[in-house]
Design a protein around this ligand. Structure first.
Ligand SMILES: [Ca+2]
Length: 104
């Protein structure tokens, strides 16, 4: 029992050290397009940064729950200082992409 206690204490101490040295985040900022914060009506959004068009600048891709679609915001700035074009729906064979199994 005592050995278990010491092991648990060592694990907690290790977890505390990981938290102290873990990732450091800046304050959140609103991402804007043409001077207005992005607002997506689909709810439960799932943003990701990816170079979707292969121009070596990270774009913003946002999936959303209601409608199960995905929006593409092309980065027209740089990866270090991004600026985004208005959203376009991701399309498949001329139709808006819909993620199966997502949505109400
Ligand atoms: Ca890109």
């Amino acid at each position: 029992m005592i050995n278990y206690f010491y092991r648990a204490a060592a694990l907690l101490a290790g977890a505390h050290a990981l938290l102290a040295d873990g990732p450091q985040f800046q304050d959140p900022v609103r991402i804007e397009v043409e001077g207005e914060p992005i607002a997506i009506a689909g709810g439960y959004t799932f943003p990701a940064m990816v170079d979707l068009d292969g121009d070596k600048r990270l774009d913003l891709v946002v999936g959303y729950y209601r409608g199960a679609g995905m929006l593409f915001y092309k980065n027209i700035g740089t990866s270090e200082s991004p600026s985004y074009a208005p959203a376009r729906s991701l399309m498949v064979n001329g139709e808006p992409l819909v993620v199966p199994g997502v949505g109400p």
